[in-house]
Write a protein that binds this ligand. Sequence first.
Ligand code: KIV
Ligand code: ZN
Length: 512
Amino acid sequence: MKNTTKNILIFDTTLRDGEQSPGASLTVNEKVMIAEQLAKLGVDIIEAGFPVASSGDFEAVKKIARTIEGPVICGLARAVDADIDCCWEAVKYAKRPRIHTFIATSDIHRDEKLRKSKEEVIASAVRAVKRAKGYCDDVEFSPEDAGRTSLEYMCDVVRAVIAAGATTINIPDTVGYTEPEEFAHRIRTLFEKVPEARDIVVSVHCHNDLGNAVANSLAAVKQGATQVECCINGIGERAGNASLEEIVMNLKTRRDFFEADTRINTRELFKTSRLVSNLTGLEIARNKAIVGRNAFAHEAGIHQHGVLQSKATYEIMNAEEVGWAGDTIVIGKHSGKHAVTALLEEEGYLLNEEQTNFVTEKVKELADKNKTVERDDVLAIAMDVIGQLPDQEKRIRLEGFTVVTGSGMTPTASVKLLIDGTERIGTGVGDGPIDALSKAVWSLIDPSVKLLEYNLKAITGGTDALADVSIKLQDAGGRIFSGRAVNEDVIKAGVQAIISGLNRAMNASGGK
Ligand code: KIV
Ligand code: ZN
């Protein structure tokens, strides 16, 4: 039988567009950990960040370029010299580097944002591609907001950048506006009007504002697109990007329809999904396709009966194929390092020796206090360890605190912090102990940083449950930072979470 299956390149942008999800900021080490897992998953290209955007982004792209083997490592750059030069400085360490440059082409973006004529935009795009080509052969170009750009002009732009040397052309539906048939028509027309596009890679990048990101991407594949840009769990700006796991499993499960496949090791999907969710703090809906906890669960009796007779009655994929084998490891009082390591691996956590030892010790400590230690407790402790900033990034340290509270009195708190090496003591009163403590902390730090969210979760058990606190802060520039801490003491977890968020905000701003 003739094998007509073509290969679709998977371009993962979890660390760039995905990290643009409100509140999803990651540390350099967390990004490297995700990149390692993406390489294991078998993605073809990792878009590791937007190097000019911040020093943290630059460092992360550079570290990923230096350390991750296998995929092409790509950085994003606007179509301006400084961005392209900076992007190259970060990606140049990769065995296979790529510069991805973009400029908006829709009328609304050109007129309102760029204030450039059509000719000026083409000139900037061509200049950017040529400058990037001066550094490396592999250059991708995106006409931003292509989904709302006139087809004729989009084709003119694409023709010009191919002539300038672009090796991948990416067609983004930046605001998730198009419908699958329309998007398919756009890709079909591109191949008709710009036949030279057949000799390079044509990619698509769809946002999910109307819930069409996966359908639009797949419609484009049907028309000949050979690269899809997507994010684990579909995270990304606003409603997110096309979900990688849904794209991949559509192509695999319906190979008969698409006559296409990917190089993804689908058994790594579940782990990767959990890792990204845990590190970004963006939870996965239980009913999310492919990786939601309910995706392979059968509740209705009639379905259960059918599945027991033959899985094929109600299952079009099986759970093992996406790496979801159920919770096979159970943690108890006598579990040691091996059990903890196995459980963490099952959940996609790649901890080093020191971190694993720490988690194991903590698990034993809890068990010795006669606490019931469950899977979620172990995961929360691991998250806490992973989320720890390296010592040099901890500009604020908690030296101690007191809180006085009780019935019929106003809670008061004092806190002792070491800020950039100087000991400071602050006090505060509030509506409750945590409120008083946070006022005490805020009496010592930049008041333009605001606490946006404070979430407390008791992980498992009763009054002895571990407290898991996650917070979100916003700085004066509107940037959002998250912090998290796990502790048996709910008040300590609260203040530690606030301090971890403040450290991230201070590192990003470089100042106070
Ligand atoms: O959505 C978009 O247009 C982008 C581009 C930078 C490709 O993310
Ligand atoms: Zn995007």
